[in-house]
Write a protein that binds this ligand. Structure first.
Ligand code: 8DG
Ligand code: MG
Ligand code: MG
Length: 148
């Protein structure tokens, strides 16, 4: 049976890390977080592992193949957009690297994203998507300890 709209959902977002401390971000065109820069990602499907969801959403949104997919952290996010009902997302944050470092991101869902690009971790674009902004403000760093 379909769940009521008031049920919390699970999102999976991916820090795709590139040499030179770069991450892949795109400008959201969805109503939640419209115009803010966010990671590739989407909703966990029934029966999926976090790693499978990360790889699937990355492929669907950017065309990129990823590897070394690892869990980083989880956040609990409630969104209210004007008069619209609130959305409650438990977001699983993963990290990964490109399977082929030569591969270039494509904007496969142009109705949902203004385009993907690499950004320096030390010079992130503004505004960041709320949950990501909160993590950055809190000092979160997605890079492996030997690359910080
Ligand atoms: P789908 O239909 O493809 O499954 O979903 P989507 O349209 O791609 O969903 P999304 O909004 O991109 O991602 C799902 C939720 O994950 C989003 O509504 C809130 C949560 N989320 C965060 N931070 C981030 C982030 O940085 N990027 C993305 N993509 N989602 C995030 O809390
Ligand atoms: Mg998405
Ligand atoms: Mg998606």
């Amino acid at each position: 049976l379909p769940l009521p709209a008031s049920t919390p959902k699970v999102g999976v977002a991916v820090f795709l890390l590139k040499e030179g401390r770069k991450v892949l971000l795109g400008r959201r065109l969805s109503s939640i977080g419209y115009n803010t820069f966010a990671l590739p990602g989407g909703h966990l499907e029934f029966g999926e592992s976090f790693e499978e969801c990360a790889a699937r959403e990355m492929k669907e949104e950017t065309g990129l193949d990823i590897e070394n997919i690892e869990f980083l952290t989880v956040t609990n996010n409630c969104f209210s957009e004007g008069a619209k009902p609130r959305v409650h997302l438990v977001c699983i944050f993963m990290r990964a690297v490109l399977a082929n470092p030569q591969q270039v991101p494509q904007n496969i869902e142009p109705e949902k994203c203004g385009g993907w690009d690499w950004y320096d971790w030390n010079n992130l674009p503004k505004p960041l998507f709320g949950p990501l902004e909160t993590m950055v403000q809190g000092g979160f760093n997605p890079f492996p300890a030997d690359q910080i």
